[in-house]
Design a protein around this ligand. Structure first.
Ligand code: HEM
Ligand code: HEM
Length: 356
């Protein structure tokens, strides 16, 4: 594993964000020093996420599919078509999350509420924290919003739209809480989930998200109904919980937020491989997958240290899925006839002798 490039990339990402914070807040003029903790934590967390992502990309399988996906995407004659199919994958898998709705509606609702609750919260909070957005009073009841220091629209402070904007984080907190409630209910009642889950991996993310959302809602309650009672303590708690969640991002289950979208490349590769030269199964003669896909798979399997060579000069990956299952079945059947342990290559040789 090479740590040098991931470390450099992580440091570069943190440095770029630092420059953007300084530039976007107009040389820190609109930066709120009370939010310094959030800013430092987000800069460090971004560096850690990029570091971990770069390490992950070094693994044989990820490396092969990631670079092949990019390579296929930027094929000059196909870039328009590829952009259209990538947009389709983004719409159905990333935005609509159709692959989760296939599991069940409640699982889809759970994830939709958590994901969009978090994305919308991030869209509201990060630009404010980094000083990229600030507001100035204009007239009796108007607020002018500034983005990156550039003037944008004036908002009527007493309009419905303004009320929704001021309470955006309260709505997103309720979304996250509802999603986490569904997830925890499933994890406490579903036998399959109970059998495989662990506290650290499967409950910590919900605990953190619930704590962040509840402490956020307590801020609203404190200022709206309790005349600011304990506000600064709750505010510090919210900050501490957000920082813990940000630092958990690169190392825990929530890393899938950045990991999963890479599947767009794999999907593109799957689509394109149907149009490529096809691999032919040496046993039944079926064309079952793109030859390039099979060659990449063989390289990955080889780099992982597995030896699937067979007696006939092929490797197991050369066979179509149906024949692979048959070969395996025959190998197991012949294994039962032998008393001493038989290794994979030998089992295949036995199969070959039998069925040639
Ligand atoms: C802000 C963004 C996101 C957040 C906060 C988030 C959060 C979560 C959480 C907390 C879980 C665990 C639920 C549980 O089973 O108890 C989960 C599961 C999952 N996430 Fe995400 N996620 C995000 C984005 C994504 C994206 C972009 C994808 C894929 C494109 C994705 C795919 C999945 C899948 C497949 C599961 C398993 C769902 C299931 O059990 O049916 N997530 N996510
Ligand atoms: C799941 C994600 C989050 C939820 C649901 C959430 C929720 C909330 C809520 C409901 C409030 C109170 C708003 C009000 O007073 O009307 C709040 C305040 C705040 N949040 Fe969050 N938040 C989240 C994540 C974040 C993140 C990632 C950051 C920083 C990067 C952040 C920074 C802040 C700040 C600076 C305040 C104002 C605190 C103060 O007045 O002291 N939040 N949040």
């Amino acid at each position: 594993m090479n740590y040098r490039n991931p470390t450099l990339l992580g440091i570069a990402a943190s440095a770029i964000l630092t420059v953007l914070v300084i530039a976007g807040s107009r040389n820190l003029e609109y930066f709120d020093p009370a939010l310094f903790g959030y800013t430092i934590a987000s800069i460090v967390a971004l560096g850690a996420i990029v570091f971990r992502y770069a390490l992950w990309l070094q693994r044989p399988a990820t490396r092969a599919y990631f670079w092949r996906g990019l390579d296929l995407f930027f094929k000059r004659d196909r870039i328009g078509k590829n952009a259209a199919s990538a947009a389709g994958t983004i719409a159905t898998n990333l935005i609509e999350q159709r692959f989760i709705s296939k599991r069940s509606f409640t699982r889809w609702a759970m994830h939709f509420l958590i994901m969009w609750g978090c994305i919308l919260s991030a869209l509201v909070t990060f630009p404010l924290v980094w000083g990229w957005v600030h507001f100035k009073l204009e007239g009796d009841r108007g607020y002018r919003a500034y983005l990156f220091g550039f003037s944008t629209v004036v908002l009527d402070g007493r309009s419905v739209l303004a009320w929704i904007q001021f309470h955006a984080l309260d709505f997103t907190a309720v979304m996250v809480l509802a999603g986490c409630a569904i997830a925890i209910h499933r994890r406490l009642t579903d036998r399959g989930a109970i059998a495989s889950q662990t506290f650290l991996l499967d409950f910590t993310p919900h605990m953190l998200l619930i704590a962040v959302s509840v402490s956020g809602l307590m801020l609203t309650a404190s200022s709206l109904w309790f005349a600011g009672y304990m506000y600064s303590f709750i505010s510090l708690s919210h900050q501490a919980l957000v920082i813990m969640t940000l630092f958990y991002l690169p190392f825990g289950k929530l890393f899938h937020i950045v990991q999963r979208p890479a599947s767009i490349g794999v999907e593109l590769y799957q689509q394109r491989s149907r149009e490529m030269e096809q691999a032919v199964c040496p046993r039944c003669g079926t064309m079952f997958s793109g030859q390039l896909w099979i060659d990449d798979l063989k390289k990955v399997v080889d780099q992982l240290g597995f030896d699937y060579r067979m007696g006939d000069g092929h490797t197991l990956q050369d066979y179509c899925p149906r024949c692979k299952r048959l070969l395996r079945g025959h190998a197991y059947a012949s294994l039962a006839e032998k008393s001493e342990p038989v290794f994979y290559g030998d089992r295949m040789k036995m199969h070959d002798e039998r069925f040639r």
